[in-house]
Design a protein around this ligand. Structure first.
Ligand code: MN3
Length: 254
C-alpha cells in the first residue's frame, strides 16, 4: 500500500508537470474580432489618399506652428501614403483584405517582403489621419459619457492627462502615445514605437481601439520646441478635439 501511494503521487506529479508544460505551449488567445468590428471608419485600401488637413496650416498656432504642420502633412504623411500604396500595389495578398484596420489586426500574417513597409507606412498613413482629426483650434469638451468613463477608469481627467503625458514623454526615440478602449470596454493609456499602433494586435502588449493619439516623433515638434518635448505635450492638451474623441468613443463602444 505504501509503495502504491508513492507511485500514485509520482504519477500525479508527472501528470501535473505535463499539464503545465502543455499550458505554457498553448498560444495565447487573441481577440481579433473586437477591433475589427468596432474600429470607427474603416480605411478602404482603394480609398487611401492624402486628405487635406481639416484646418489651415497655421490654425493650431501658437501650440503647433504652421511650418511644422505643412512639412508634417505635405512631406511626412504624404510619404507614408505614397510608400504604402506602392507596397500594396506589389502585394497580391491585398485581394484578401479590404481595409488598413484588417491588415493591422493580422499584421503578423503580412508576407515578409512587404511586412516592414506595411507596418511602418501603413501605420504612418493611419496614425496621422487620426492625429490631424484629433486636433482643432476650437474649444471643445468631452461628451458626458466619455467624461464619466474617464472618471471611472482614471479617477478624473487630470489623472488621465498625466498618465498619457508620461507615456508620451517617456517613449524613447520616436513613437506615439494613445488613449484607447480595450476589449473589456475600459479606457487605457499606451505607447508604441515608430509607427506601430494599438490595432496591430500581435505587436503590442495590449490591443485597443485608439481614441486619441499624439505623435512624439521629433518631426512633430522640433522646429518650434527643439528638445522640449514636454512643452509640446502640454500644448497638445490646448488643441485636442474632444468632439472627435467622443465620437470615436461612441462608435467604439457600439
Ligand atoms: Mn509624424
Amino acid at each position: 500500500m505504501v509503495q502504491k501511494k508513492t507511485v500514485n503521487r509520482r504519477e500525479f506529479i508527472n501528470r501535473s508537470a505535463g499539464a503545465i508544460a502543455a499550458l505554457s505551449l498553448a498560444p495565447l488567445a487573441k481577440t481579433s474580432a473586437f477591433s475589427l468590428q468596432a474600429t470607427p471608419g474603416h480605411t478602404k485600401l482603394e480609398q487611401i489618399e492624402l486628405e487635406p488637413l481639416p484646418y489651415a496650416f497655421d490654425a493650431l498656432e501658437p501650440h503647433i506652428d504652421a511650418r511644422t504642420m505643412e512639412i508634417h502633412h505635405d512631406k511626412h504623411h504624404a510619404g507614408y501614403i505614397r510608400k504604402l500604396k506602392a507596397s500594396l500595389d506589389g502585394w497580391a495578398g491585398t485581394s484578401k483584405v479590404n481595409s488598413l484596420e484588417s491588415i493591422f489586426a493580422k499584421i503578423n500574417e503580412v508576407p515578409a517582403q512587404v511586412f516592414t513597409s506595411i507596418r511602418n507606412n501603413g501605420g504612418g498613413a493611419w496614425n496621422h489621419s487620426l492625429f490631424w482629426k484629433s486636433m482643432t483650434p476650437a474649444s471643445t469638451k468631452p461628451s458626458d459619457t466619455l467624461a464619466s468613463k474617464i472618471d471611472r477608469d482614471f479617477g478624473g481627467m487630470e489623472s488621465m492627462k498625466a498618465e498619457f503625458s508620461t507615456a508620451a514623454a517617456t517613449r524613447f526615440g520616436s513613437g506615439w502615445a494613445w488613449l484607447n478602449m480595450g476589449e473589456d470596454g475600459r479606457l487605457f493609456i499606451s505607447s508604441t514605437p515608430n509607427q506601430d499602433n494599438p490595432l496591430m494586435e500581435s505587436l503590442v502588449e495590449k490591443p485597443g481601439i485608439p481614441l486619441l493619439g499624439l505623435d512624439v516623433w521629433e518631426h512633430a515638434y522640433y522646429l518650434h520646441y527643439q528638445n522640449r518635448r514636454t512643452d509640446y505635450i502640454s500644448a497638445f492638451w490646448e488643441i485636442v478635439n474632444w468632439e472627435t474623441v467622443s465620437n470615436r468613443f461612441e462608435q467604439a463602444k457600439s
